[in-house]
Design a protein around this ligand. Structure first.
Ligand code: IPE
Ligand code: IPE
Ligand code: MG
Length: 239
């Protein structure tokens, strides 16, 4: 089995999963958060090198105050716990998104986790928090324009590589496979630039039930794909 180098996940369906059990949405988020640790273990075991998960979008602030507060509490706990998980898996953790929107203590925990794990290379784990692809691009363009105004960047030298270096994902290879759980068939503002040639896999399974077996199913489907990148079949390019 050819294992994708980078898998991106839209972990969706926590609320519906909980509702189906007659439980509050927050219960789904707790279970969904616990599932993150398991999936990191599975990815490492399978040999996936990069994993990027969508945990909170720039649009998710529109949810009820109660739900947003609950999620912030979960992030606080998770970020603390993640130090141990990163140590266990030799996993480097980075947060993508505009973290300035979070309370100072959350920002500090993020920086602490990133600093703690910065030399690990077994698995590169990106968590998208207050992330929106359009917001990421606009923030990047703002910095890029400022560098041009300051004379640090020649506009004529701006190409795709230079532009990418201004994104939150600078230095991270593009995803090979994107998995969205829970049945919705959209990107919801996730990695729009980075997923220009990514293979998509959608499953009805809600995030709290997504496990190693489901992950292997997704990778198997990915293996049946004929990846082209606009050219001829990959195998032929290597002849
Ligand atoms: C995904 O589950 C987690 C977050 C967006 C924080 P949802 O909360 O979107 O669950 P559904 O889609 O409403 O079931
Ligand atoms: C996408 O899920 C964002 C995350 C998983 C964090 P949503 O549930 O927020 O997306 P929509 O509203 O269904 O598009
Ligand atoms: Mg959802």
């Amino acid at each position: 089995m050819n294992v994708p180098n980078h898998i991106a996940i839209i972990l969706d369906g926590n609320g519906r999963w909980a509702k189906a059990k007659g439980m509050p949405r927050s219960y789904g988020h707790v279970k969904g958060c616990a599932n993150l640790e398991t999936i990191c273990d599975d990815m490492k075991e399978l040999g996936v090198k990069y994993l990027t998960v969508y945990a909170f979008s720039t649009e998710n602030w529109k949810r009820s105050r109660e739900e947003v507060d609950g999620l912030m509490k979960l992030f606080r706990n998770y970020l603390k716990k993640c130090i141990r998980i990163s140590e266990k898996n030799k996993m480097r953790v980075k947060v993508i998104g505009d973290i300035r929107a979070f309370d100072q203590d959350i920002q500090d925990k993020i920086r602490e986790l990133e600093e703690f794990s910065k030399d690990y290379t077994e698995l590169h784990f990106q968590i998208a928090l207050n992330y929106g692809s359009r917001d990421e691009i606009v923030r990047g363009v703002r910095r890029l324009a400022q560098d041009a105004v300051d004379g640090k960047l020649d506009p004529q030298k701006i190409d795709e590589k230079v532009f990418e270096s201004y994104l939150d994902t600078a230095g991270i290879p593009d995803p090979d496979l994107m998995i969205r759980t829970s049945g919705e068939l959209r990107l919801s503002n996730y990695l729009l630039w980075q997923m220009a040639y990514t293979e998509f896999y959608f499953t009805e399974v809600p995030w709290p039930d997504f496990n190693k077996e489901e992950l292997i199913k997704a990778i198997e489907k990915y293996n049946e794909r004929d990846r082209r990148f606009g050219g001829v079949k990959e195998e032929k390019q290597n002849v």
